[in-house]
Write a new protein. Structure first.
Length: 206
């Protein structure tokens, strides 16, 4: 096929479009709607896939959780589970020492419904997590402002904490919380950072 044939075919196509304007318009409209629909559906599917992948990543797709309690959903622990020995910091150190293939070990001590107070403001909703400096890496939860807990805080048993954005809104609506002193269940803690998520973390056990 030479240039003349292509030119003649183009003229014939234009003549057909002019002679059948309504049919041509409907054809173009149908093709356009089909393309837009396909693009829209692909965008939705990709967005859902990314959201699901982000949720799995936030939970830790390569993270193993250890607890003395059996996995359950809303079931209270049984008597045998309650009387099991608690996991300790020595257990965490043993895992880190004896299993070199593990990238990080992050022991967590959880307390629910902790009362946080700053001056006249108070919130009773936080979940307090006693953690170590490995928490950021293992849980993929990082500070947005300030700093996280350091090894020096652990060695000196400093009462420092990193608070979540919800606690910031409740206790520091118009102030910068960094280097402010708050009370967690009546115990004084110095705020050294603000997390990207909602958790409240502390370097020492209450």
């Amino acid at each position: 096929m030479n240039f003349a044939d292509v030119k003649e075919s183009a003229y014939m196509a234009l003549d057909t479009v002019r002679a059948n304007k309504l049919r041509s318009l409907l054809t173009i409209l149908g093709v356009s709607v089909g393309v837009v629909t396909v693009v829209f559906m692909v965008s939705i599917i990709q967005g859902l896939n990314k959201a699901f992948a982000d949720q799995v990543e936030s939970l830790g797709s390569n993270t193993i959780f250890l607890s003395k309690f059996d996995p359950s959903f809303g079931r209270p622990p049984g008597p045998e589970e309650i009387h099991r020995k608690d996991l300790t910091m020595d257990d965490a150190e043993a895992l880190r020492r004896e299993a070199p293939s593990i990238a990080g070990v992050s022991p967590i001590h959880r307390m629910i419904a902790v009362r946080a107070r700053y001056q006249e403001k108070q919130t009773d909703t936080p979940i307090l997590l006693g953690v170590t400096p490995y928490y950021e890496f293992v849980q993929t939860a990082y500070v947005a402002r300030g700093r996280f807990i350091k090894d020096l805080d652990m060695e000196s048993r400093a009462n420092v904490c990193v608070i979540g954005i919800d606690v910031v809104h409740a206790l520091f609506p118009y102030e910068d919380p960094i280097d402010k002193d708050i009370r967690l269940n009546g115990n004084p803690y110095r705020v050294v950072g603000v997390m990207e998520t909602w958790v409240v973390t502390s370097s020492s056990s209450l």
